[in-house]
Design a protein around this ligand. Structure first.
Ligand code: SF4
Length: 422
């Protein structure tokens, strides 16, 4: 393989890494930090991002589009055909070269490849597959590959993509059918979900054949994911969460990603430029998602129909507990695991430990302090054999105010920018 000419590709890389940053199906670093004297390394916006493999490892990925040319005109997308923006396209060989050279230099551990749609869905998907196939078969590349599926691509191409990629993803883009019809009238939810169904069926078929033939090839071992844009249309959080719940149940997705819309294009159908979706809305959606996947919450419990947006002032687990004080205080000595895990500040690991431990110990508040890291939050929701602090005499509003006032600073410190800590 010829040595890569970085200068020749730098222009394309700038355009196609920048265009890929709006896809959050794997989280992007997006930094642009110059090397300084005495420091080691630098960071540039050439599309290195981080993602998590099936076994929980964090890997850095080259995150690019194959092209930002597109035959479609989705209102929310910078690659839409009517947008006056610099265009570029990599050849299959260029992406292969970039990936291999970056990999050899230890810049990356894998590739995240998406694309605008040029000519048609199959033409584009074929090229994405060709990149993955060349990397695996000719270059013997054993790193991580995440490919975006192109809506409308044939089942044969999706099958082939799954044989070479670790993960496939299909973006649903706009959470409601009406929002999608307004902003991307050439697309439908059915069309966008079709690749998810195909991939799910292939996963099942290949799993079965691997039970009979150990050497049968693997198919998307890291599963499939999806992404939706939040705040470009007037969807509610309830609609967003219900759709995710549907995806987890119907297509067994590994993750749904939420991307707060950043208005940059002038279009009367979109929120006006300079009014991005507050980051906290995105965070609350990820927390709600976490509750559905690991804490046994139903979508209808997290956001209720009469108030269909998440409370931005407190995390959804606390918001549920405040709305449903009839379930508290929970007696951790006798309650089922499913209820213990709903206590504020309780994570799944601690809840399991309590269930195991209570056979031998009485759960006093002192004892729980040793086990529940966030006991300051938990104490208002736990009934133990010692002193209780569940404040049942307060009205719902007063209780909410009190708990938020007591715990808000703590939440910030404990979260330290992370999601999913309850
Ligand atoms: S099809 Fe994809 S790349 Fe093309 S305009 Fe729509 S969202 Fe953008």
């Amino acid at each position: 393989m010829a040595s890569i000419n970085f200068n020749r590709l730098q222009g394309k890389l700038n355009i196609l890494a920048d265009a890929a940053k709006y896809d959050v199906s794997c989280s992007s670093s997006g930094g642009n930090r110059k090397n300084q004297g005495g420091a080691l390394g630098d960071a540039s916006k050439t599309g290195i991002c981080h993602s998590y493999t099936e076994d929980g490892r964090c890997v850095s990925l080259l995150k690019i589009l194959l092209t930002n040319h597109c035959i479609y005109d989705c209102a929310y997308c910078t690659s839409r055909k009517s947008n006056d923006t610099p265009r570029a396209a990599f050849t299959v060989e260029e992406v292969v070269e970039l990936t291999m050279q970056f990999y050899r230099r230890n810049y990356i551990e894998g590739l995240f490849l998406s694309s605008g749609i040029f000519k048609n869905a199959d033409y584009t998907m074929e090229r994405l597959v060709q990149v993955a196939k060349t990397l695996r078969e000719r270059e013997r590349f054993n790193g991580y590959i995440h490919l975006k599926t192109i809506p409308g691509a044939s089942k044969e191409l999706l099958h082939e993509a799954g044989l070479y990629a670790d993960r496939l993803s299909a973006n649903i883009e706009i959470p409601t059918k009406s929002g999608l019809a307004l902003l991307a009238p050439e697309k439908t939810h059915d069309e966008l979900q079709a690749p998810m169904q195909t991939v799910k069926e292939e996963i099942i078929t290949i799993k079965d054949s691997r039970k009979k033939h150990k050497k049968a090839p693997k198919f998307v071992p890291a599963g499939q994911t999806s992404q939706m844009i939040v705040g470009a249309s007037n969807e509610t959080d309830l609609q967003v969460i219900q759709l995710s719940d549907h995806f987890y149940k119907k297509y067994e997705l590994k993750r749904v990603y939420y991307s707060g819309y950043v208005p940059m294009l002038s279009d009367s159908r979109l929120p006006s430029i300079g009014t991005p979706v507050p980051m906290v809305r995105e965070n609350r959606l990820y927390q709600a998602d976490w509750l559905m996947r690991f804490y046994g919450f139903g979508a209808h419990e997290i956001v209720e129909a009469d108030s269909p947006f998440l409370d931005l002032d407190c995390d959804p687990k606390l918001a549920w507990a405040i709305r449903h004080r009839e379930h508290f205080p929970v007696n951790v000595q006798t309650a089922p695991y499913e209820m213990i895990v709903r206590i504020q500040g309780m994570d799944t690991k601690t809840a399991k430990k309590i269930v195991k431990d209570r056979k031998y110990n009485q759960n006093t508040l002192e004892h729980n302090k040793k086990m529940v890291a966030a006991v300051n939050r938990a104490k208002y929701f736990i009934a133990t054999t010692g002193k209780n602090e569940h404040l049942s005499h307060l009205t719902r509003d007063n209780f909410r105010q009190f708990v938020l006032g007591q715990t808000q600073t703590k939440f910030k410190d404990e979260r330290n920018g992370q999601l999913g800590l309850f």
